[in-house]
Every structure is written in structure tokens, then in C-alpha cells.
Design a binder for this molecule. Structure first.
Ligand code: ADP
Ligand code: MG
Length: 699
């Protein structure tokens, strides 16, 4: 890394008198390199005039040309505002001013052609632009900077001349000095193959593009580079694990055969079989497995986990399964115990609330090898939990479980690292998996067990409530059971709680003939358990609950899921809740209740739920709506701290980058070929910089 880029900003002549310190404090810029990497967050396109009729909701800022046909002043006092209609051949748009009305009324006149620049917002069915820049149109005027970068800046920075324009001119001054020191970090042949522009051009054009097209090329190059180096790193880690650590060889399948022949409760789906083959290939290979198992709610991941455990146990090793919460751990334990008992295997559950005596016994039996399968929470990670011979760990997770934590599990068998199978609770999009779990191999169960009737989902408003209640009654009379779920959002807990109780009362009044359960987070575990058991035994017909049932018991006879205030739930949560029904042979239903007034995003979430049952499809929409940081499964993942790329929007580039990185590693693991010199050099520098310098991303 050239020292030029590490030069502190305080040495920059234009940043004297405390300005450099201000940049550090307010926007984390400390060095020349940081400043050059401070990319605009948007651009103002003043190169072309838009047709007014072509404005869409997606448009950010637009440049328009037209005549003012009407000017009005409306309202009084604080609410006084001025409006004008701007018209061209294709349509009209309203301009609005709330301030400086006198000035505006002097400058804006009917019948004159203006060029107008601003951000259109949809108001009712019409677009309007608040406080646009308005100038009399002059065909001879040449725009000095037609395509303008806009940089973020704080109020303090603005006061000291470091507004967007000020930052732009700093960078303009610095760029030519930086160019000679800037090294290309991608090989020529890749630039050729992927039609990428050089690093120098890209850096120039990300700040000062001459046209939208120049900008697109610059973005593509920088995004590719960013994603490529992440993928290269992930794939190298993956390869390192494979090369450096022997896996326990789990070849003997006798136990599995016994299970298949005598105790398998149903025929496995083809997808389950395929995934088990993939796992077995790893298990017998002598390499250590690190695999991600993805499958939709209800696709049957549990039995796959159990058979994988049998691979270990059948080879004189032990297995463990770790869940993110106690409720989930209990649920897994209860589910797996049925299989384990049939096979005569010993199984135990270890969580934070296990009693000391029980704990001690578990510890002992793990060490002696008497205990075959241990289910539990993070309590499993504690150092006191030692196995005689741990062969396989299944991690059922909601949150990203980092390499550091996986390493704790590896360490539980110093001789052979145990094989690791990570299961996601809900599907995550392919591209996200590639990044967040990029160091794992991926298996997918993309098929539901046969005979499942797809759940029918409808969206109803309050006005349809009596119809919904009528439907519920008929289903219960047919022998079914019903969930009615209320949102519980921490910030408004008191109000949600009141909602739930009001709802419970309303339901009780509407169905005096049926016994009803209620379960919520404020109840004691024993009370909750009691109510859940009653519902499970079909003693109660309706379960009114908050989202605690998301991870609750499996009740195949429940065939209707009513979600109240469905607009308040995220997509993956809605999908997860819906997965509570449709587990038996009956046709199941999911009813999403909302108010009339819905935001655009809420509407899309509901439409998506009604349109599809496919968790992968739903997760794609979720990713686009919320961005990667908010999706479950990604929270603790540093790999999503991207400078320019966006996992949701740049899927195509990501796939290219991953493929490219994989090819290079397959061909030249140590990056020793002359054509990979640039890559090797760059990585070495970055490692020397300890990954701390942001500049390391680009220089
Ligand atoms: P998830 O992938 O959501 O963890 P589970 O493992 O809990 O799914 O399985 C959901 C339900 O489907 C369970 O009741 C399970 O017994 C059942 N199941 C799993 N696989 C099959 C299959 N191949 N055929 C029929 N039922 C199955
Ligand atoms: Mg499950």
C-alpha cells in the first residue's frame, strides 16, 4: 500500500484549521485514502430533460423543461403555500413552495419556459415537486457539471464549507495526485473477460462521471472488485479447512440401514434423500464437513439432522444439536427423542435451565460415551461440556453463527474436528447465502413431503371479520383447530398486550361454545406449557397467542392461522407463522387481517404472502424490501459491511465474482501464477494493514 494513501488529512492544504479533524469526527475520514473512497451517495443527472409524462415513483431527481400554466397561492398563515403547474407535451406536474413565497412569485411567471430540477413525489395520483430549482430555460447555456456527485455531510461540515460541493472539490484536487500511486488489483485477463474498466478510470468516474453510462461502468468495476475479494477470501477459508483438517471417517451405515428398515415413519422425499447423500459423501470422505442445509418451513430438516447424527453414532462417535432458544431446543429434543427411543439410543437436553445434578450427569455420560446425542442451547459451547468422541454438530440457527463459535465446537474434538451441519430456520436468498455462508457448502431441500396441500392464503380487512369468524366456526365444527396470532413489538408492548387481551375477549364473545387457550410472553413457562398442552390435546379449539407460538408446539390438527394486524409483521415472520399450519392431511388456511390503510411495502408483503408459499421466493422479496442487514441469519455478519455493492441489487455481479474466484482458486490455490501477481500483492498488503485501513479495499 503506498504511503500516499495513508497521509493524514491534516496535511491537506485545503483542510487546515480543524477541518481535517471535523471530517474524522463526523464522517470517519482520516487519510487521503479514506477521502478518495468517500463515494457519492447519489448523483444528480442534469444531462437530459425528462418527459413529464414519464416520471415514475422510482425517479429520484429529475430535470424537466416546460411552461408554467397556472400559479396559485393557497392557505393562510403557517399553511400558506404557492403552487404552480409545469406543463410539457407529455403531461403536467405541480410545483410547491412553502417558504420564500415572495421571491418565488417574483421569479416564476406564467407562459415562460423554465428548466426545473427537483425530486418528484407521488401525492394522491399526481406528482409534485417541493421547492424545485427553477431557471428560465436558456438553450445556449452549457452546463458546467452536468452529472453531479452528491456527498453526505453533517451540519457542522456544511457550516465550514465542507458541503457536498466542498467535498467534491477536495476530491477533485486530490485525485490527480493519487493516480500515479494507484495500482491495478485485478489481472488484465479478468478486466478483458468481464469487460471491466481499470481501477484508475473507475475511481475517477465514481466521483465525476460524465454520463450515467460512465457511472454504471465505474460502479460495476468497483462492485465486482469488492465482491470478488470477499468471495476469494471465503473460498480460501473453505479450502483451508478442507485441506488442513482431517475429518472423522463415518463410513459405517449399519445404524442408518436399521433405522430405514424398521423405524422410518414416512418415505423420505427425493430432496431429503439427495441431501443425505451429499452429507454422507462428506462424512465418509476423510475431509471435515462444513455444510449449510437450507429448507423451507416444514420441508423436513429434523429427520435429515437425525440421520446425519446416526452417521456419527453408528461409527462410535457422538452427535449434538444446538438450537438458538430453549423452546426450540426442547422442541428438537422432544422430536428427536421419539426416534432415539426407537433406536435404543440415549439422548439428553442441556440448556441454561438444566438443574445442576442433571448437568453433572450429562457431563459424565458425555465423557464416558454413554450419551449418544445431546440437544441444547449455547450451553453446549461451555468448556465444561466435553465429549468422549464428538463426530457431528448440527446447528439450528436464527442468527449467523460465526467461524469463531464454530471453532469452539471443533475444539471439542482435538483429534478430528467434528463435522458441522448448519440448518437455517427459514430460507435465505442464494446470493445472501453465498456471502454470509460463503465458506460453507450448501445443500437445499427444495421439495415438501408428498400429499401436503398447499396452504391457501387470503387477505381480509376488518369489514370481513364476521365472514372470517363464520369460516372459523365451520372449520372447528369439522374438527379442526385455529390459531389467532397478535403482533408483539417490544416498543409498544403495553399497547400490543392490550390489543391481545381485547382480541381474546372479542373471540371469547364470538365463540362462547368453544374452549379457548391464550398464550403470551408474560405468562410463566408452566402456565404456557399447560395451555399449549391443552391445545395439543385438542381440549381447546382456538389458540389466541402472540408470536411465542412461532417456535411452539407442532399441532397437525390446527388448520387455520389467523394473523391479526398482519401489516406489522415482517415477511419471513409471516411465512414462519403460516408454517404452523398445513402440517396435517387437511386443507389449511392462512388469513391475514389488516386495516384499510397500508404502506406500499406492507401491501407488497401481503401480496407476496397471498401469491406464493415458496419460502425462497419470499426471502428474495424480503431481501429487496429490507436490505440484507435486517434479514434473519445475517445480523452478526461483518461480510455485509459493503462499501459499494448491495447484495440485494447486485446479484448478477455477485454470482460472476464468486464464479471467477472459484475458478482462480481451483486453478491456482496459492496465487502463484504470474497473471495473479496483482491479486496476491493486493491481498498481502491488505493483510499487512491488518484489515483496519479502509483504504485497503481499493489500493
Ligand atoms: P422443518 O424443516 O421445518 O424443521 P420438520 O422437520 O419439523 O420441518 O418437519 C415438518 C413435518 O413434516 C414433521 O411433522 C415431520 O414429521 C414431517 N415430515 C418430514 N419429512 C417427511 C416426509 N418425507 N414425509 C412425510 N412427512 C414428513
Ligand atoms: Mg425445524
Amino acid at each position: 500500500m503506498h504511503p500516499f494513501f495513508d497521509t493524514p488529512l491534516s496535511q491537506f492544504p485545503l483542510l487546515q484549521g480543524g477541518k481535517a479533524a471535523l471530517l474524522g469526527k463526523d464522517v470517519n475520514l482520516f487519510t487521503y485514502g479514506d477521502l478518495l473512497l468517500y463515494f457519492p451517495f447519489r448523483y444528480e443527472d442534469r444531462t437530459t430533460f425528462y418527459d413529464i409524462g414519464e416520471i415514475t415513483e422510482e425517479d429520484n431527481y429529475v430535470l424537466l423543461k416546460g411552461q408554467i400554466t397556472q400559479i396559485d397561492t393557497v392557505g393562510t398563515g403557517e399553511k400558506r403555500r404557492m403552487t404552480a403547474i409545469l406543463q410539457d407535451d407529455t403531461g403536467e406536474v405541480e410545483l410547491v413552495w412553502f417558504k420564500g413565497l415572495e421571491y418565488v412569485s417574483r421569479t416564476v411567471q406564467k407562459g415562460v419556459t423554465y428548466s426545473v430540477f427537483g425530486k418528484p413525489t407521488l401525492y394522491g395520483k399526481k406528482f409534485n415537486i417541493a421547492h424545485p430549482e427553477v431557471e428560465v430555460f436558456n438553450p445556449n447555456k452549457v452546463q458546467e457539471q452536468a452529472f453531479m456527485p452528491i456527498y453526505n455531510s453533517s451540519e457542522k461540515m456544511k457550516k465550514r464549507g465542507l458541503d457536498s460541493r466542498g467535498i467534491g472539490s477536495l476530491i477533485k484536487r486530490l485525485l490527480p495526485q493519487a493516480m500515479p500511486h494507484l495500482q491495478e488489483n485485478l489481472p488484465m485477463y479478468l478486466l478483458d473477460r468481464y469487460k471491466l474498466i481499470s481501477k484508475q478510470t473507475a475511481l475517477q468516474n465514481i466521483h465525476f462521471p460524465k454520463s450515467p453510462q460512465h457511472l454504471r461502468h465505474a460502479e460495476r468495476r468497483l462492485k465486482f472488485e469488492e465482491l470478488f475479494f470477499i468471495q476469494l477470501n471465503l473460498l480460501q477459508q473453505q479450502k483451508d479447512l478442507k485441506d488442513k483438517h482431517n475429518g472423522m471417517v463415518l463410513k459405517n451405515t449399519q445404524l442408518i440401514t436399521e433405522f430405514y428398515n424398521n423405524h422410518l415413519p414416512f418415505a423420505l422425499t427425493n430432496a431429503q434423500k439427495r441431501v443425505l447423500r451429499e452429507i454422507y459423501e462428506d462424512a465418509k470422505s476423510g475431509n471435515q464437513m462444513n455444510r449449510l442445509l437450507q429448507g423451507d418451513v416444514g420441508s423436513g430438516k429434523t429427520i435429515v439432522a437425525f440421520v446425519a447424527a446416526l452417521m456419527a453414532i453408528g461409527n462410535d462417535a457422538q452427535a449434538c444439536l444446538m438450537a438458538p432458544t430453549e423452546i426450540l431446543a426442547d422442541q428438537h429434543y422432544n422430536g428427536l427423542k421419539v426416534f432415539a427411543d426407537k433406536m435404543g439410543l440415549s439422548i439428553a437436553c442441556l440448556t441454561g435451565s438444566s438443574k445442576t445434578a442433571e448437568r453433572r450427569m450429562i457431563h459424565e455420560k458425555l465423557l464416558s460415551g454413554e450419551l449418544h446425542l445431546l440437544v441444547g442451547t449455547h450451553a453446549l459451547l461451555e468448556d465444561v461440556v466435553q465429549f468422549k468422541n464428538l463426530g457431528l454438530c448440527v446447528i439450528d440457527e436464527q442468527h449467523r453463527f460465526g467461524v469463531a463459535q464454530r471453532a469452539k465446537l471443533w475444539a471439542k474434538n482435538p483429534q478430528f474436528y467434528p463435522h458441522i451441519l448448519v440448518m437455517t430456520a427459514t430460507p435465505i436468498p442464494r446470493t445472501l447465502a453465498m456471502t454470509v455462508y460463503g465458506d460453507l457448502d450448501v445443500s437445499v431441500i427444495d421439495e415438501l413431503p408428498a400429499g401436503r396441500k398447499p396452504i391457501k392464503t387470503v387477505h381480509k380487512y376488518e369489514a370481513g371479520r364476521s365472514e372470517v369468524f363464520g369460516f372459523i366456526r365451520r372449520e372447528i365444527e369439522k374438527g379442526r383447530q385455529v390459531y389467532i396470532v397478535y403482533p408483539l413489538i417490544e416498543e409498544s408492548e403495553a399497547m400490543d398486550y392490550k390489543n391481545l387481551m381485547d382480541g381474546y375477549e372479542a373471540v371469547s364473545r364470538a365463540f362462547p361454545e368453544f374452549p379457548i387457550s391464550i398464550v403470551h410472553g408474560k405468562m410463566k413457562p408452566a402456565e404456557k406449557d399447560y395451555e399449549m398442552q391443552r391445545f395439543l390435546k385438542a381440549e381447546t379449539k382456538i389458540m389466541v397467542a402472540t408470536t411465542v407460538i412461532e417456535v411452539g408446539v407442532n399441532v397437525p390438527n390446527a388448520s387455520v392461522m389467523v394473523i391479526e394486524n398482519a401489516e406489522k409483521f415482517g415477511l419471513s415472520q409471516l411465512h414462519q407463522l403460516r408454517g404452523r399450519v398445513g402440517r396435517g392431511a387437511e386443507q389449511s388456511y392462512c388469513i391475514l387481517m389488516t386495516e384499510y390503510k397500508l404502506s406500499k411495502d406492507a401491501r407488497l408483503r401481503l401480496e407476496t404472502m397471498v401469491r406464493t408459499n415458496n419460502g425462497f421466493e419470499i426471502s428474495e422479496v424480503d431481501l429487496k424490501l429490507r436490505g440484507p442487514g435486517d434479514l434473519s441469519g445475517t445480523q452478526q455478519s461483518g461480510v455485509l459491511d459493503l462499501k459499494i455493492a448491495d447484495i440485494a441489487k447486485d446479484q448478477a455481479v455477485l454470482q460472476e465474482a464468486r464464479k471467477c474466484a472459484a475458478e482462480i482458486i481451483a486453478k491456482d490455490r496459492e496465487l502463484l501464477l504470474p497473471e495473479h501477481e496483482a491479486i496476491r500483492h493486493y491481498i498481502a498488503q491488505r493483510q499487512r494493514g491488518n484489515g483496519q485501513l479502509k483504504w485497503s479495499l481499493i489500493s
